[in-house]
Design a protein around this ligand. Structure first.
Ligand SMILES: *Cc1c(COP(=O)(O)O)cnc(C)c1O
Length: 355
């Protein structure tokens, strides 16, 4: 059954399960789980940071980073649509006493430099202390251009602010950049990270690990992060079982992300065709441009309930939500979606008819 809901639905592969089975284990709270230590060292070196910390979720690595950069009453500049602001239960405010300062997200996923600059508060007791700028890459499947990231980082540095990257799908961004530049995906990932003080990367999205995210930064920052992780309840014991899956993912599932992007392109083209030629969908289906492994389509209210039910009854799983007066469907390709799934989904779309 084609499951396009999210790249988080993947099952660990046989090779990944074997790596987990073979992993030497310790107690990571004592710092002696060799598989966790190996993953953290490997990731830090791979992405050009001094140190890394393994944690259960990306929500937690983001929160740990926010709490490391900001003290009680400090402020973090985020995008209106950022995961750190919108999709993490308000964690920075609830648990960090950090004030988010959201800035409008542009259609291409960027925040305007002028908007960021205007959001920075002067040193005045009326205001929260602005401390941090957060970027998200990819964001809604869109890639932030690396030169743009460099400009934001320069602005932040000039104003004395720290920078954090929510790179849940960092390697999808790096894959797109590598394709565009004819370069290496790991080098592109490092090039993105080079602009940030800290970065969070998910192992359980496109990389296909069952659990886990990494926070990367300086040795001092990660030492403090370890304490915060403990406070948040994220310090785990024989976590090497999970870290081994993450290590396998970093080594074997990065280059294959290009396959997910190619498959999404195929899906987008098929849907685009339906948007032009299908008797019920023509003029009622908008297929948004896609750069990585995430595609959004908007369906007109006239057929949206019937169309989403049609997909579901045909075993084609997507996520859907209200968007303006329309229904927005999200299609994500990943390790457990193949060419046959895309073909099945497109056949189902082509066959769409009113009961
Ligand atoms: C998925 C995601 C996270 C982390 O989510 P968890 O489910 O907590 O691991 C963070 N940021 C972005 C942009 C994400 O897509």
């Amino acid at each position: 059954m084609p499951d396009f809901r999210s790249d988080t639905v993947t099952q660990p592969t046989a090779a990944m399960r074997a790596a987990m089975q073979a992993a030497p284990l310790g107690d990571d709270v004592f710092g002696d789980d060799p598989s966790v230590n190996a993953l953290q060292d490997h990731a830090a070196q791979l992405l050009g940071f001094e140190a890394a910390l393994f944690a259960p979720t990306g929500t937690q690595t983001n929160l740990i980073a926010l709490m490391g950069h900001c003290q009680r009453g400090d402020e973090a500049i985020v995008g209106q649509s950022w995961h750190t602001y919108r999709w993490e239960g308000g964690g920075m405010a609830v648990l960090g006493s950090i004030q988010p300062q959201p800035v409008e997200t542009q259609a291409d996923g960027t925040l305007r430099l002028a908007d960021i600059a205007a959001a920075i508060k002067p040193d005045d007791p009326h205001f929260a202390r602005t401390r941090l700028v957060v970027l998200e890459n990819t964001t809604g499947g869109q890639v932030l251009p690396t030169p743009y990231i460099a400009e934001v980082a320069q602005l932040a540095r000039a104003r004395g602010l720290s920078t954090h990257l929510d790179g849940a799908r960092l390697f999808n961004a790096a894959t797109a950049n590598a394709a565009a530049n004819g370069s290496d995906v790991y080098a592109e990932a490092r090039a993105i990270c080079a602009h940030f003080d800290t970065a969070s990367v998910c192992l359980s999205k496109g990389l296909g690990a069952p659990v886990g995210s990494l926070l990367l930064g300086t040795r001092d920052f990660i030492r403090q992060a370890r304490r915060t992780r403990k406070i948040l309840g994220g310090a785990m014991r024989q976590a090497g079982l999970l870290a081994a899956a993450g290590q396998h993912a970093l080594q074997h599932h990065v280059r294959r992300l290009a396959d997910d992007h190619a498959l999404l392109h195929e899906l987008a083209q098929g849907l685009q065709q339906a948007a032009h030629t299908h008797p019920l969908l023509a003029g009622r289906l908008v297929v948004h441009p896609a750069q990585t492994n995430i595609l959004f389509t908007d369906v007109d209210a006239a057929v949206a309930p019937q169309f989403t039910a049609w997909l579901a009854q045909g075993g084609v799983r997507v996520t859907s939500g209200a968007h303006g007066g329309q229904t927005r469907l999200r299609w994500v390709t990943h390790l457990d979606v193949g060419a046959a799934d895309v073909a099945q989904a497109l056949a189902r779309v082509q066959a769409f008819a009113l009961a």
